[in-house]
Design a protein around this ligand. Structure first.
Ligand code: IMP
Length: 409
């Protein structure tokens, strides 16, 4: 059974928590895209783990995790993160593997990433982790993969300064790098969790181009980035929040507007702690955008939705969702490619009564207030996809599973 988990919005949906939860059922977790631009937070037994490169499955003891072929990996950031995990008591040695086809992020890429973004007429607001530079060099066929830095002949062709940087990581990397394809075949893993990064609306092809990241955050990337053929993927889980957020620039049709929505951004930001895990930037906030969510469900074959952060709405008198866009007096309910259209789009909203009670201790779906159940039922009806998991808090105990994505029971 091969299960893909992707973000179904603009990232920061709570994938880390969902992957951590589902990784109990997996033999191995493979992260299939992105780099240290990602920030996945996991809360377990009062400990908070903030991961950027290491797959979220690492927190489950004895499980193996693989940094897949679709990733771009900064060795300095990777070993700093592993050091942090050691400090938190995670025994990771022997459990972290890296695809030999994954690309390397060199130190100069970070500065270049920032400079290139500053030169743009409208900056994207990158995380400055060198991700766009690494994927560009990969596409230009000028990048270096893990296998390249371990092979002496190729290593010697690398610029002297970069070689000096890489030299300190070559030996520890050599112990972790594998041929992912063979590893998958030989291990005969029965259950594989394929973990995405960012969100599908930040995907280079599906997302709000050019205000996107540069890797493949869509479900289609899971196959290439993990060494598992596309027909071997059994199920796709899309993680989304009860509202929307976005970090950095770019269209956001359902973004709260102070003159229309009062202080909703401030409220959601504070209650939901909507600040970037990687950069600390405050996140932009808005209504749940069902037009965008349905587009992502369809373009990623999402079979199962995981709803997170619904408890952030606990205090509100009413909850609204965006069901269509008004663009110059026409109403549409499909997601346009045009950034002009997306920038002009005004959300058409549907109103639901708030539940005005804390959901954080609710452990079964039937105990959710009717108002919260109505909200969820509407999301299912609109997208045509069942909401199988509802997360009512950061801790893994605060997870209501209506249908287990591994077993569908
Ligand atoms: P980059 O991936 O650093 O090039 O950033 C490109 C865009 O994607 C920027 O708007 C970032 O804020 C956004 N982004 C990148 N990674 C994440 C993530 O993990 N969560 C949310 N936004 C992200």
């Amino acid at each position: 059974m091969n299960l893909v988990v992707i973000g179904a919005q603009w990232g920061d949906e709570g994938k880390g928590k969902v992957v951590d939860y589902l990784s109990d059922g997996a033999d191995v977790t493979v992260r299939f895209s992105g780099g240290a631009n990602a920030g996945h937070t996991i809360v377990r037994d009062d400990k908070v783990y903030k991961l950027h490169l290491v797959p979220s499955g690492i927190v489950t003891p004895d499980k193996t995790v693989v940094l897949g072929s679709g990733m771009v990996i900064d060795p300095e950031a990777l070993f700093a993160e592993l050091h942090e995990l050691t400090n938190l008591g995670v025994l990771w040695e022997g459990r972290v593997l890296i695809s030999d086809r994954a690309h390397v992020v060199l130190p100069a890429y970070r500065q270049l990433d920032v400079e290139l973004d500053q030169k743009r007429a409208e900056p994207i607001g990158t995380t400055g982790r060198g991700i766009g530079v690494a994927y560009s060099r990969k596409a230009m066929r000028d990048g270096y993969r893990m296998v390249d830095i371990l092979e002496q002949d190729v290593f010697e062709t690398i610029d002297a300064q970069d070689r000096e940087f890489l030299e300190q990581y070559r030996a520890p990397l050599a112990d972790m790098v594998i041929d992912i394809q063979r590893y998958m075949e030989l291990k005969g893993n029965k259950t594989v969790l394929l973990e995405g990064a960012q969100g599908a609306l930040l995907d280079l092809d599906l997302g709000t181009y050019p205000y996107v990241s540069s890797g493949c955050s869509a479900a289609a990337g899971a196959s290439l980035g993990s060494g598992i053929g596309p027909r071997a993927i059994d199920r796709v889980v899309g993680v989304f929040k009860a509202y929307s957020t976005r970090v950095g620039n770019g269209p956001f049709p359902s973004e709260f507007q102070p003159n229309r929505d009062g202080r909703l951004t401030e409220h959601i930001r504070e209650v939901g702690n909507e600040y970037g895990v990687t950069t600390g930037r405050p996140r932009r906030c808005g209504y749940l955008d069902l037009v965008a969510l349905r587009y992502i469900c369809r373009s990623n074959s999402i079979d199962s939705l995981a709803l997170t952060h619904i408890d952030v709405y606990d205090d509100l008198d009413e909850v609204k969702v965006c069901v269509a866009y008004d663009i110059e007096q026409s109403s549409i309910d499909s997601f346009p490619a045009s950034r002009g259209a997306l920038n002009k789009a005004q959300p058409v909203t549907k109103r639901f009564a708030g539940w005005k009670t804390s959901l954080s201790g609710v452990t079964s779906y039937k105990d959710l207030p009717v108002a919260a159940q109505d909200y969820i039922a509407f999301i299912e009806q609109y997208t045509g996809v069942p909401v199988d998991i509802v997360s009512v808090g950061a801790d893994r105990q605060q997870t209501i599973v209506r249908r287990d994505p591994w077993t569908q029971s």
